[in-house]
Design a protein around this ligand. Sequence first.
Ligand code: SAH
Ligand code: AVI
Length: 334
Amino acid sequence: MSAAAIPLPSDSRLRLLSAASATAADFSRDVRAGLTSKPKSLPPRWFYDELGSALFDAICFLPEYYVMRAEAEVLAANVGDIAGAFGDVSRLIELGSGTARKTRILLDALTTAAPSLEYVPVDVDEAMLARSGRELLAEYDALRVTAIAADFERPSGALAQLPPPRGRTVVLFLGSTIGNLDPDAAIAMLRDLRSALVPHDALLLGVDLRKPRAVLEAAYDDALGVTAAFNRNLLARINRELGADFDLASFGHRALYEETHGRIEMHLVSTRAQRVRLAGLEIDFDEGETIHTENSYKHDAATLAALARESGFAIYRTWTDAQKRFADVFLVAE
Ligand code: SAH
Ligand code: AVI
């Protein structure tokens, strides 16, 4: 049985809403556009079907993928300060919430002061939203969860589903997921978010920091091959949902750090010349040709300041882990 089929509890503390969530038609359109363009690319949001989300969760346990542990360290070591900066929160929104594992570090502190806090996870993976929402209700007696299946690139659409808040809204965007957006898209997304907030509302933004190439490339090309499986699952998903005939064994995984842009690039590399069929479309690959599947931008003080300046937020505090691998930045809407 798929997780999507698990019934929601009839608990008045949980609501599941949908705001223009991703449809099969959107998937088909993006795949056709991406595979017929040059160079070929696919948007990373489509990684996260049920198996893709499970593979991402497994990535978080890999020794090479320090990102999850570094951010958990930042949150745990500074939870008092962070909760203090949040102040009197009436609504906690989380963009790209996933399993919300690290969110619990914050919820433990916030629900001590405000047991019936409203938590609003926003994610493209509906099955994950239902599952994590149900788990959170079991863990937090009075928490209210309004889960929204929506694209976080236009957060105002998701926020428009909600009644006006009674007090301060704080938005979480953790895990360096903002790094999966190109700089222009990241600014457009933050501006759109800002347009749905009022002055004094705030954003806790998790960003991965620049570091030596070897550390970064190992994090995105682990010895067990879990990240390679996460990457290839995108082709498996296209086969499953759109009836294509990708031969997964003839696509390799590549992760490289592109220093000029400060980003990890993930690609799927065709190991031979081949033709793939996708519902009436024939897509030819040269040997060595790649599909660019993801960017993961790494930040420093200058890129962070630019992000804030361009999007109408002021940086209020920044917390990092002891090794300065990851930063959580508290931004206040101006
Ligand atoms: N915040 C979690 C999960 C990060 S993984 C953490 O820090 O570990 C990225 C999450 O964003 C996944 O749950 C994925 O389903 C979601 N996601 C990716 N692209 C999205 C999009 N365009 N709109 C909404 N959710 C998206
Ligand atoms: C979700 N996102 C922040 C991850 C990242 O690190 O860019 C996705 C990921 N891709 C490969 N490994 C993890």
